[in-house]
Design a protein around this ligand. Structure first.
Ligand code: IFM
Length: 466
């Protein structure tokens, strides 16, 4: 592998503690395809992506990376990259096509085969139970706005752990409940496409309650490595003015603290509770809920992509709808400097600060970076290679940021790159490529990008150091 052109310095500077987990992550709807196969029921993302105007170019997850049929090759690819772990999600509607009740054995069998393939290749499976693909049948009964969905999620967790608990050690309940609640029910840019502050705050609480109830069931089944994955966006005020500081406080509250604090401390932040009540969208907390939500965890999954600067003021009319309750009175500034094709800024320094902050907010709780990555316009060139220098740079700088956080005392135990493969990037469809491996969607041909090779080199050096 070539590590010329200045990468060598960055590569040489990367050292991680023994036992540090290096993996890559994906999610069911983004890669599996095979949406009608083996009895799978429809999910809210099938409905959403098939609704005209919801997803760019009308893209859907119908075929995606066809991973459902190609999982063996994909696991072999992971082996070639030298991954020690793979984070994937189980599609609830494959296992319970109606969301509750009847179990579809063929759906469970797929994940059993996938897990066995991983174990056979020496790759540790990290399973996420919910990465946004709620069974449509539950949505028809109110989805996450309905308290009962939390109980159904716990039942689903029990079914999956009963089937796979003997072979999967690492379990995560939810991926990014902030996105499925607020982007799905406030901004309406994700499934189920609702724009209603009351629905949004109900979805927030019921997702977290679902996490707590599922955690209880997983523990009963003997799970010893249990976590939840939250996405964090550090929020900075544009100026020191009280109005801008308050704008940053409000967005930080809903983006970061509203999900972290109940999980690790058993209470919603008081200022957020007040903000939501004042907006007429109180969190529907009942007795005992917070105790369930604060179920003890073994690790916290951290997804980090970018930071944001905000100021007080009327949100410009040409911006997409706000994801935050009351966010109409906050302006999110465009990032300074280069951006990825998602339009996101690049701030590895903020990643270090975030990990240190989390180390303080959740003392003693190990952190695992469950996602970090960047999207670029990648193409296979005439030599059959995918040159993605920007992703290489992003990857190495963010790995260095993790290393710095560890040196300064943050208890980070692992890093999963987002993503193993280019895939269905939700409302942005297939136009956004996050993979370490390029996917040609016409032929399903996989091509390891330069960034995949560099990541493999990081992992090789880590292994060689023992
Ligand atoms: O693709 C998503 C993933 O599903 C959840 N976290 C962010 C990624 C990039 O947007």
């Amino acid at each position: 592998m070539t590590t010329s052109d200045g990468r060598e310095d960055l590569l040489a500077g990367l050292t991680f503690p023994p036992g540090f987990v290096f993996g890559a992550a994906t999610a069911a709807y983004q890669i599996e395809g095979a949406v009608h196969e083996d009895g799978r029921g429809p999910s809210i993302w099938d409905t959403f992506s098939h609704t005209p105007g919801r997803v760019e170019r009308g893209d859907t997850g119908d075929v995606a990376c066809d991973h459902y049929h190609r999982y063996r090759d994909d696991v072999a690819l992971m082996g070639d990259l030298g991954l020690s772990a793979y984070r994937f999600s189980v599609a609830w509607p494959r296992v319970l096509p109606e969301g509750a009740g009847r179990v579809e054995q063929r759906g469970l069998d797929f994940y059993r085969r996938l897990v066995d393939e991983l174990l056979g290749a020496g790759i540790d499976p990290w399973l996420t139970l919910y990465h946004w693909d709620l069974p449509q049948a539950l949505q028809d009964r109110g989805g996450w706005t309905d308290r009962d969905t939390a109980a159904r999620f716990a039942d689903y967790a029990a079914v999956v752990v009963d089937a796979l608990g003997d072979r999967v050690r690492h379990w995560s309940t939810l991926n990014e409940p902030m996105v499925s609640s607020l982007l799905g029910h406030m901004a309406g840019v994700h499934a189920p496409g609702v724009q209603d502050p009351v629905a949004a705050s109900r979805a927030v609480h019921h997702l977290l309650l679902g996490h707590g109830l599922a955690a209880g069931r997983l523990r009963e089944a003997g799970v010893g490595s249990l976590g939840i994955t939250l996405n964090f966006t550090p929020m900075h005020p544009a100026t020191d003015s009280p109005a801008d500081r308050d704008a940053a406080r409000r967005l930080d509250g809903q983006q970061n603290r509203m999900f972290l604090e109940p999980v690790v401390s058993g209470a919603y932040p008081a200022d957020v509770v007040e903000d939501l009540a004042a907006a007429g969208a109180p969190l529907p907390v009942q007795d005992g809920d917070l105790q369930a939500i604060a179920a003890p965890l073994d690790w916290l999954g951290v997804n980090y992509y970018f930071e944001e600067t905000v100021r007080a003021g009327e949100r410009p009319a040409d911006k997409p709808p706000t994801s935050f309750i009351g966010g109409e009175q906050v302006v999110e500034l465009d990032p300074e400097g280069p951006t990825t094709t998602m339009g996101w800024g690049i701030s590895p320094g903020a990643f270090t600060d975030l990990l240190l902050w989390l180390g303080e907010k959740a003392p003693g709780l190990p952190l695992v970076v469950t996602e970090n990555g960047s999207a670029w316009d990648d193409e296979v060139d005439a030599e059959g290679a995918v040159r993605d220098p920007q992703r290489v740079d992003f990857l190495l700088r963010h790995l260095a940021a993790v290393g710095t956080a560890i040196e300064r005392g943050a208890p980070v135990r692992g890093y999963f790159a987002w993503s193993l493969l280019d895939n269905f990037e939700w409302a942005r469809g297939y136009g956004q490529r996050f993979g370490l491996v390029h996917v040609d969607y016409d032929t399903q041909r996989r091509t390891v990008k330069d960034s995949g090779r560099v990541y493999a080199e990081v992992l090789r050096r880590h292994r060689d150091r023992g």
